[in-house]
Design a protein around this ligand. Sequence first.
Ligand code: DC
Length: 237
Amino acid sequence: MSAPVRKIIIAIDGHSSCGKSTFAKAIAAKLDYIYIDSGAMYRAVTLACMENSLIRDGHLDEKRLPEILMNIEICFQKKPSPQITETWLNGVNVEERIRSVDVASNVSLVSKSRIVRKKLVSMQREMGRDKGIVMDGRDIGTVVFPHADIKIFMTADPEIRAGRRYRELRDKGMDVDFNDILENISERDRLDENRSESPLKKAPDALLLDNSYMTPEQQLEWFSNILLKTDLMKCRK
Ligand code: DC
């Protein structure tokens, strides 16, 4: 896949567990672009809130949020082998902790907060200042980069997403129930789509990618064809 003649911003949004990060990472690697997992940033803020006891009985202490957000530092570091990007919060590697069940169960609460979103959107825009970036999330094409050069909205049938997640967790040796996973995925879709702050929705100019019956290779081929059809590959005279 050849890169566009100038550096661009690629915004990828979509439902949870539909392979956004795998797809976004693969594109970033092909184009030699930076990949930013915006969901990891919401997870990192959630962890900071939990560590500072801002979450009690499913309630977020919004009064103390500004103090946490003012000093928060989130960055990503690439590990060469195996090739993974890890999330750091205030100088500490939190990659493993932000993927925990505790963080997962509180992240919807934190990500619906207006001041959290304001802070993270501004950090994300700063990360995209020099372009050459692929960012995935829920509001990237609608709020963070409404003028992104390419916007993609990804989805897949809930049963198919649950099946993939089920196999992934089973392969890791976890004892999981398919129906629990399906329920969790449907609930996350409902929360993401119905919150008042930046709900998940397809930007009118986003391209729809339903990968229910597509392999990762087919998805990359789809993207490569999209790229070829744009003016972004043409040299300016
Ligand atoms: O992509 P993920 O599952 O790691 O995202 C974690 C949570 O963060 C999820 O509940 C949705 C939220 N999120 C968001 O509100 N906006 C984004 N741009 C990215 C994620």
